[in-house]
Design a protein around this ligand. Sequence first.
Ligand SMILES: NC(=O)C1=CN([C@@H]2O[C@H](COP(=O)(O)OP(=O)(O)OC[C@H]3O[C@@H](n4cnc5c(N)ncnc54)[C@H](OP(=O)(O)O)[C@@H]3O)[C@@H](O)[C@H]2O)C=CC1
Ligand SMILES: O=C(O)C1=N[C@H](C(=O)O)C[C@H](O)C1
Length: 233
Amino acid sequence: MKIALVGYGKMGKIIDEIAQKRGHEVVARLKETPTTENLNNPDVVIEFSLPEAAFNNIKACLENKIPVICGTTGWLEQKEEIEKLTVENGTAFLYGSNFSLGVNLFFALNEKLAALMKNVDEYSCQLEEIHHIHKKDAPSGTAISIAEGIIKNNSKFDAWKLDETQNKQLGIFAIREDEVPGTHSVFYRSEVDEIEIKHTAFNRNGFALGAVVAAEWIKDKKGNFEMKDVLGL
Ligand SMILES: NC(=O)C1=CN([C@@H]2O[C@H](COP(=O)(O)OP(=O)(O)OC[C@H]3O[C@@H](n4cnc5c(N)ncnc54)[C@H](OP(=O)(O)O)[C@@H]3O)[C@@H](O)[C@H]2O)C=CC1
Ligand SMILES: O=C(O)C1=N[C@H](C(=O)O)C[C@H](O)C1
């Protein structure tokens, strides 16, 4: 199929390589707002740009009735507006904070553990994410998804807070270090022990492969979706 890449940085370049290896034609590699012309008539757009650029990028694609796979994080306050645009334009949209199979399995494990812990008062809970020094947003979109999974399944928590744990607010501690691709941990600590669940990305290949698989899946769909719809989780 024909894929247009919107955002051509660390992720865009790896997605380009994997998409071509899977037999797709990459028809655009954009570092600017997409238009009818520069998109070059793709079947699907894969968008990995910047928090401040994502909304306009996605909006332009949806208004051209082109399905979008979005991996850009740090823009979610505008997501509802995008989901309305998807329906108005009769096309498809899928946002994933993290497209790797491993993290999506981690999301499911995290929710089950959160539900188990809701009746156990001996343990406190906090999250930690570690990323490379170039990352523009904090906390990571993945960490926000993990926190939302805990809040949904454990009524001890009703919100998350960056770098601080307070009452019913779950603390997400963000660390920026070297070229770390992405490490996420959930800690449950008591006075006598600690339970940790952890996902460590060794490189960006898992993210990129997941995004291309999602693009293959969404091609003839209509509506708003999540990566768990693609993976059947
Ligand atoms: N969902 C997931 O699985 C993953 C999500 N991410 C997220 O993806 C995003 C991108 O990450 P990464 O590739 O590392 O970031 P980079 O900074 O490496 O790449 C961003 C790219 O966007 C380009 N850009 C800048 N402005 C615009 C614009 N207005 N329209 C289109 N493109 C533009 C940049 O161009 P220029 O170089 O000229 O600035 C650059 O090519 C981040 O939000 C990150 O959190 C990352 C990994 C996995
Ligand atoms: O910026 C990154 O690199 C990553 N960002 C995503 C996020 O914000 O969760 C996904 C992954 O952790 C890598």
